[in-house]
Structures are given as C-alpha cells and as structure tokens.
Design a protein. Structure first.
Length: 432
C-alpha cells in the first residue's frame, strides 16, 4: 500500500513538472515574442529614425515580420533535435535562446547613440527569438500531446494556447500598468525596456524547471536511442505536411491580428486611448483563456472536425462585422476582441492535438515544425505589417477580406483530414 501511494505521488509530481514546465516555458516564449508587438509604438523611434514616426513604426513592424523568417529554420533544427534527442532537450534549448533574445533587446543601445547599428542589433535579436520560437511551439505541442491520455488529448492540448495567451496577457497587463504609472516620455525612454528584461530573468527559472522534466513515454518507446531518417519519413507523410500548411494559414493571421496587434492598430489607426486599448486586449484574451479548456474538452466528446469547421466558418462570417463595430471606442474594441477570441478558441484549443495525431512519432515534431513555421512566417508574421500598411494606404476592408479568404481555405482543408479524436500516437500516424 505504501509503495502504491509512493508511486502515485511520484506520478502526480512528474505530471505536475511536465505540465508546469511545458506551460511556463511556452508562456515565456509567447511573452518574449509578442511583447515586441505590444510595445512597438513606444520603442520604434528608439531603433529607427524618429523624425518620421510612421516610417519608424512600419520599420519596426517589418522587423517583427523578418523575425518570422528564422522560424522555419528553428522548426527544422529543433524538430530534428526533438525527434532525435528528445522533446525535453529541444524545449530546454529553445527557452534559453528566447530569453537571450529578450535580454539583448532590453539592453540594446538606441538609434540616437549608435545610429543604424541599433537597428541591426534589434534585427539580430528578433532572428534569435524567431529561431527559438520556431522550435519551441512544435516541440511543446508534441510533448503535451504525447504526455496526455488519448481520450483527454483535446483538453490537454488547450494548455498550449492557455499558457501562451497568459504570456501575452502578462505583457499586455504590464503595458497597461506601465502606461498608467509612467509618462509618455518615460515610456519611450526606458519604460519599454522593462518587459524585455523581466522576460530574460524569468527565463532562467523556466530553464531550471525544464531541466527537471521527464521525457515522454511515447518518444522513449517508439524512438529511444535510434536516429530516424527524416527525409524519407517526411516524403511518406507529405499529404499530412500539406494539411498542416492549410490548417495553419487562416488561423495564424486571424490569431495574430485579434490577439496581438489589434490593440496597437487601435491606438495608431483608430485613435483609441492607449491605456483603454491595452485593457480591452486584456479582456479579449482573458475570454480566450477561460474558454480554451472548455472547447478542448468538448472536442474529446464530439470530435476534432466539427469543432474546427464550426470555429473557422463562424469566424469567417463574423470578422467583417466585428471589425466594423469597433469604430473609435475602447469598449467596443473589448467586445469585438472577446467575441473574436471566443470563436478562434474553438480551433486554437485543439490544433496542437490535431497536428500530433496526423504524424508518426519518429517524425512528429519536425513534420509539424517545418510547415507550421513556414506558414506562420508567411502569413502570421506579415499580418500586423499588412494590417497597418493596407489600413493606411487602401482600406481596412481589404485586409479583412484577405483574412476571410484564408479562413475559408483552412475550412476546406478540414474536410480533407481524418477524424483523429482518440487516435493512438504510435508509428502509423493518421494523416495520410
């Protein structure tokens, strides 16, 4: 009896370390990555010529997009490490790189001090973070999906976006608090550095947590010490790779717009008070976090495809009116963001499970990481820039139409995937 209780206690502790380590690291990665977008309006003049604020803002958003270029390389590199050396090894290394990039930005000199070198330092730091984030998310998704019980994988997979959005929320709340306590001049001079420095410090703690995590039993039993040949496995699963691209395209654009850049766009293009806009973002993302586990649990009962289709089509149908009602009101911004994030959560909660259920163990991380990172770089990474550029040169309706088109493409791909609820994560995969 004592041995049984000890074993049960040990299992609970191991599960807690696994969930907390994966969640905290994922939250930090997203915090480091997205705090850049939240504080863009403050530090843009610090790294580019402040004589033209619009040009400086667009240049800073362009660097945000360039950072995504490194993501496919991160997906490939960390995907290989994850599928050969283990999920834990890849996740630990990625969190170290992400924290490093955040510290570099926090300590970087301004354009006024070193000229164009400041822009170069910012670019290099974003490339480092892009490399890390390109490997973190696929590795974390795979780790959680493999660790979860088959019949509760949808619920467990919601941890990815719950933790990630909590990281986003932390950055947004910090922005609101700093904006309320510091003057605009102080925010531009040094206030924007605070969140980047905090991200680097917290990274050391998360690094320690991940070193204590255990490897998944699925990886240990299916791969172990073998070194799978990746290219033949990728070719054999090429249909599933294409489906990852299609599933990700619509989601990544609508997510980055409504979760990340909508507040900055509301401040710069709609003239909404920055403090009110930040709190509207907090409310919208709070709704997202609270509903994600509910959607994940529901998918374990009704299946993945009904949830994906309903969420994608409902978002496509409502994104125009949700954008239109915002106007110049912070309250309506919060309402529209909340409704949008409620719908986006229907598919965001279960996509990590769907990705994992499409591939066999030996190629699971790299087969998700490469196409996912390329798609996020091509569509999600350019979304804030396109939203700002198209909104100022043409009309925001053009960008919204582009978003709807991608959502419909993703919905069409859902019709082509198998129902993967409760699928075994073994050698066969189910995406081909």
């Amino acid at each position: 009896m004592i041995d049984t209780d000890t074993a049960r206690t040990s299992a609970v502790r191991g599960r807690f370390r696994a969930v907390f380590g994966a969640g905290a690291g994922n939250a930090l990665e997203w915090y480091d990555w997205n705090v850049y977008a939240v504080f863009t309006t403050y530090f843009a003049p610090q790294f580019f010529n402040s004589a033209d604020r619009v040009s400086a803002l667009l240049s800073t958003l362009a660097v945000f997009a360039v950072g995504f270029v490194a993501r496919p390389f991160g997906g490939f590199l960390f995907g290989l490490l994850s599928d050969r050396r283990g999920r834990k090894f890849a996740m630990t290394l990625s969190i170290g790189l992400a924290a490093l990039g955040s510290l570099v930005i926090g300590f970087a000199p301004s354009y006024a001090r070193v000229g164009a070198l400041a822009s170069v330092i910012l670019l290099l730091a974003r490339l480092i973070q892009g490399l890390a984030h390109g490997g973190e998310l696929p590795s974390a998704q795979t780790y959680v999906a493999e660790y979860a019980p088959a019949q509760r994988r949808g619920l467990w997979s919601s941890l990815i976006y719950v933790s990630g959005t909590l990281g986003n929320l932390l950055g947004t709340v910090l922005a609101a608090v700093l904006a309320a306590t510091l003057s605009d001049t102080q925010m531009s001079e040094f206030g924007w550095r605070i969140p980047f420095l905090l991200g680097g410090v917290f990274g050391l703690y998360v690094l320690f947590m991940r070193l204590r995590m255990t490897e998944t039993a699925t990886f240990t039993s299916d791969v172990g010490s073998t070194k799978p040949r990746m290219w033949p496995l990728l070719v054999a699963n090429r249909a599933a790779v294409v489906k990852v691209i299609g599933l990700t395209a619509g989601f990544t654009v609508v997510y980055y717009v409504w979760s990340v850049s909508q507040t900055a766009h509301a401040i710069s293009a709609r003239g909404i008070d920055e403090r009110s806009a930040f709190w509207a973002g907090v409310v919208g993302n709070g709704v997202f976090v609270l509903t994600l586990p509910l959607w994940g649990k529901l998918s374990d009962r009704v299946g993945r495809k009904p949830m994906l289709l309903t969420g994608l089509l409902a978002t496509a149908a409502l994104v125009f009116p949700l954008d239109a009602i915002i106007g110049h009101s912070a309250v309506l911004l919060g309402v529209s963001m909340s409704l949008a994030m409620l719908l986006i959560g229907m598919y965001a909660s279960i996509l990590p499970a769907v990705y994992a259920e499409l591939f066999p163990t030996k190629v699971r991380t790299v087969a998700v990481g490469i196409p996912y990172s390329i798609t996020v770089a091509a569509f999600g990474g350019t979304a804030p820039y396109l939203q700002e550029l198209i909104g100022t040169t043409l009309d925001s309706a053009w960008f919204t139409g582009y978003t709807v088109l991608l959502l419909l493409i993703s919905a069409a791909v859902v019709l082509r995937i198998p129902e993967t609820r409760g699928a075994r994560l073994d050698e066969t995969g189910s995406g081909t």
